[in-house]
Design a protein around this ligand. Structure first.
Ligand code: AP5
Length: 215
């Protein structure tokens, strides 16, 4: 099963795709996580991406498409993959189509997490993740069961993202409206777009997604 998650920053793409990865054993591919790993090790890609990410702008299509091409070709993607944060522009969506044709693969579902913009800023400002395993939390909607201890791995260290500052979030939302929202009709025309109410509590969003995937 190959799935794409679409939605604005903070819609819950990472939360839902990590859940599906665990439950169905299909790999989550987050271009944001891949880029943050490049920034953390100060690689050439990381150096190119950092300033753009910090200002809420998108990284170049060429760089992202090359990254995805390499990643999808890896063995662990044979059983299926979940794309989280890609594609994000028309050029990326078209490049993905060509890539899938050349690999003999197709997309089974494009899940659009629909969330009102006024909710997103609060979700993002409350987000933090476990340094050890990457599990995503929220100060309000999803704190760890025991304060300061990761539910998943028992880790004690947590971090917040550099681009989760309010002023950067404003720019990320602008980029979403300008470049990413326009690709929804591309998938609608293909008949594989399914809109999920991303404003429900996370476990109810998961239930809606699972019910759709079982059809
Ligand atoms: P990326 O890391 O992809 O960020 P994003 O798309 O902006 O999405 P987020 O990770 O902010 O949100 P999410 O939808 O995953 O929400 P989450 O589950 O964490 O990209 C970062 C940057 O990298 C970009 O700005 C760009 O510069 C670059 N980049 C990445 N991909 C690129 C590409 N393809 N092309 C060009 N540049 C690219 O949830 C958010 C919070 O809400 C959490 O605290 C969570 O616990 C909480 N939450 C989740 N669901 C619910 C719910 N249902 N109810 C209440 N709270 C919830």
């Amino acid at each position: 099963m190959n799935i794409i998650f679409l939605g604005p920053p903070g819609a819950g793409k990472g939360t839902q795709s990590r859940f599906l990865e665990k439950k169905y054993g299909i790999v989550q591919i987050s271009t944001g996580d891949m880029l943050r790993a490049e920034v953390a090790c100060n690689s050439d890609i990381g150096k190119q991406a950092k300033a753009l990410m910090d200002s809420g702008k998108l990284v170049s299509d060429d760089l992202i498409i090359a990254m995805i091409k390499n990643r999808i070709a890896q063995k662990d993607c044979q059983k299926g993959f979940i794309l989280d944060g890609f594609p994000r522009t028309e050029a990326q969506a078209e490049a993905l189509d060509r890539l899938l044709v050349s690999e003999g693969k197709t997309i089974d579902a494009v899940l659009f997490l629909n969330v009102d913009e006024d909710i997103l800023a609060d979700r993002i400002s409350g987000r933090f993740t476990c340094v050890q395993c990457g599990k995503i939390y929220n100060d309000i909607s999803n704190p760890p069961r025991v304060d300061g201890v990761c539910d998943a791995c028992g880790g004690h260290e947590f971090q917040r993202r550099a681009d989760d500052k309010r002023e950067t979030v404003v720019e990320r939302l602008k980029e979403y409206r300008r470049s990413t929202a326009p690709i929804l009709p591309f998938y609608e025309k293909k008949g594989c777009l399914y809109t999920v109410n991303g404003m429900l509590p996370a476990d109810e969003v998961t239930a809606e997604i699972e019910a759709f995937l079982k059809k």
